[in-house]
Write a protein that binds this ligand. Structure first.
Ligand SMILES: *Cc1c(COP(=O)(O)O)cnc(C)c1O
Length: 401
């Protein structure tokens, strides 16, 4: 195995890590999949916004670009990371709220169908939102997985999905990269299966956007959403994005009817008519402050190229898996062994890891812990060095040393 030193010196993306804000107390940050580090460029952007826009333009700012910002950043994100032509992506709300809006819009577009499919290994918020919508609309949920003890490195394959799809399926809700195992789903193949059954699909890209390339238009995806504070480095609670394929925008109706998503917000009229296009999927006043930092990361992704980012991501997870096999022989890899089948994080399971993580945090080594016994190691390619990975795996072997 190559040393981390030789991997870092051969890494064409190594120089970008200097663009991120660093704290001397953090020696190995392994949770960029949960909250990305800030770019130093964002400090100036936020400060400038405060003084030159909010502070001086005040209410006039809305008419001078703020109202267009959600769709403008959405177009940039679509071009840089999603494979989406303009007019189909918008920033706003949390991923949870956007899941609700998109899944509700999709089930309402299949009124003669009675069931939503989702997997047991999906992120809790996705499952909870589906449970809420099923109760609200009198639908049933068909679960993938959970019949027996779930395989912790398992994901949704075409075979598992095919067994559940039927002519009663209205909508399928899936994650592109599974939040615990890192399993990378085959979006084009699964989307095709879902369409062949006459259903719609909502893809959650929270753990892939900015690190795993997608081609939403070419893959025929219906609807998608995902976080901007993970690999898009938008900051804690930064608003999520929604993708609605152009030809579905006229057909689908989202359920949170607010004035900003109406056809003529400033006429203050009676009765709601949705705006044409992607703006009809927005609801209230856009969270402009929250959209500032992600613009710096989207610009950096464009500069570097999403394919180059994916290449480094694969190298980082491969290195982490090799080191763990060598240094942590009692830990079980709870992620796919094939790098082509995983996103940018891995999970290692071992009893007692719940006791290890607080010790690591105290020494500035920051992965996270996922029940029942997993240390999750997230590798954000533009801010993480191979040396950081080595230091982190060493620290798991000798916590508190
Ligand atoms: C992180 C994550 C979320 C978080 O949703 P919020 O509304 O931002 O809390 C949702 N889904 C998946 C798959 C995630 O990984």
């Amino acid at each position: 195995m190559n040393s981390s030193e030789s991997l870092d010196s051969a890494d064409p993306l190594a120089r970008y890590s200097g663009l991120f804000l660093r704290d001397a107390g953090v020696v190995s940050y392994l949770d960029g999949n949960s909250l990305g580090r800030p770019l130093t460029a964002s400090i100036e952007r936020v400060q400038q916004f405060m003084t030159e826009q909010w502070g001086s333009r005040l209410i006039r700012g809305w008419g001078e670009g703020w109202l267009e910002l959600p769709a403008r950043i959405g177009d940039d994100l679509g071009r840089v990371a999603l494979g989406a032509a303009p007019g189909q992506v918008v920033i706003g709300d949390s991923t949870t709220v956007l899941l609700y809006k998109l899944i509700r819009a999709a089930v309402d577009a299949r009124p003669d169908r009675t069931e939503i499919i989702i997997d047991r290994e999906n992120f809790p918020t996705d499952r909870y939102v589906v449970e809420g919508i099923a109760a609200e609309r009198g639908l049933t949920i068909t679960w993938i997985g959970g019949e027996t003890e779930p395989e912790s490195d398992a994901g949704v394959t075409a075979k598992r999905l095919s067994k559940k799809l039927s002519d009663t399926t209205a909508v399928v809700v899936l994650s592109h990269v599974a939040y615990r195992s890192g399993y990378l789903a085959e979006v084009p193949a699964l989307t095709e299966l879902i369409h062949a059954a006459g259903a719609l699909v909502v893809w959650d890209l929270s753990h892939s956007v900015g690190v795993v390339p997608t081609q939403l238009d070419a893959w025929g995806v219906d609807l998608a959403t995902g976080c901007s504070y993970k690999y898009l480095n938008g900051g804690p609670g930064a608003p999520a994005f929604a993708y609605v394929r152009a030809d579905l925008q006229g057909e689908l109706r989202q359920p949170i009817q607010g004035w900003i998503g109406s056809r003529t917000p400033f006429e203050m009229g009676q009765g709601y008519t949705p705006a044409d296009g992607i703006r009809g999927f927005t609801s209230g006043t856009p969270p402009i402050i929250g959209m500032l930092a992600m613009q710096d990361m989207i610009a950096l992704i464009e500069e570097v190229g999403i394919e180059a980012i994916r290449t480094k991501s694969v190298a980082l997870t491969r290195y982490a898996v090799q080191l763990a096999a060598e240094l942590l022989p009692d830990a079980r890899l709870a992620s796919p062994k094939d790098p082509a089948r995983r996103g940018s994080h891995i999970t290692l399971d071992q009893d007692g890891f719940d006791q290890v993580v607080p010790k690591l945090w105290a020494q500035g080594v920051i992965p996270d812990y996922r029940e029942p016994n997993g240390i999750r190691i997230g590798l954000s390619p533009l801010s993480t060095s191979f040396a950081e990975v080595e230091l982190g795996i060493w620290a798991i072997r000798h916590p508190g040393a």
